[in-house]
Design a protein around this ligand. Structure first.
Ligand code: ZN
Length: 111
């Protein structure tokens, strides 16, 4: 894995290939800029656009109920999470998994 220097908080997947500036041949030294739904890598040295980077997948969040729009990993409302895990039978597996994971991490914290 390569070290990248991100100037801002945008998250990208760890890259399997090197990011090389076509203009000055600098390797893996770039900053990132949001460009619509994409993330652009831009050379630290000559400000040349290098390429688009794959964007990290967003963590699952609730699309319903009182915590709509919040990431499941950020919710501290244990009783709601437990209720959701038991009663929300039609939700996506990905969301269910996140709820169950969050419940167990909250329960571990409480010990
Ligand atoms: Zn460059």
């Amino acid at each position: 894995m390569f070290m990248h220097h991100y100037r801002n908080g945008l998250k990208t997947k760890s890259l399997m290939s090197e990011v090389i500036c076509q203009r000055c041949q600098t390797k893996n030294e770039f900053y990132v800029e949001q460009s619509g739904p994409h993330i652009k890598a831009i050379c630290n040295h000559c400000n040349n656009y290098i390429k688009f980077l794959p964007q990290a997948k967003e963590p699952p969040k609730f699309h319903f109920g009182k915590h709509t729009g919040k990431y499941i990993q950020d919710i501290d409302d244990l009783s709601y999470l437990k209720w959701a895990a038991e009663n929300m039978t039609k939700i996506k597996q990905e969301i269910k998994d996140a709820i169950i994971k969050r419940i167990s991490s909250l329960e571990n914290l409480a010990r």
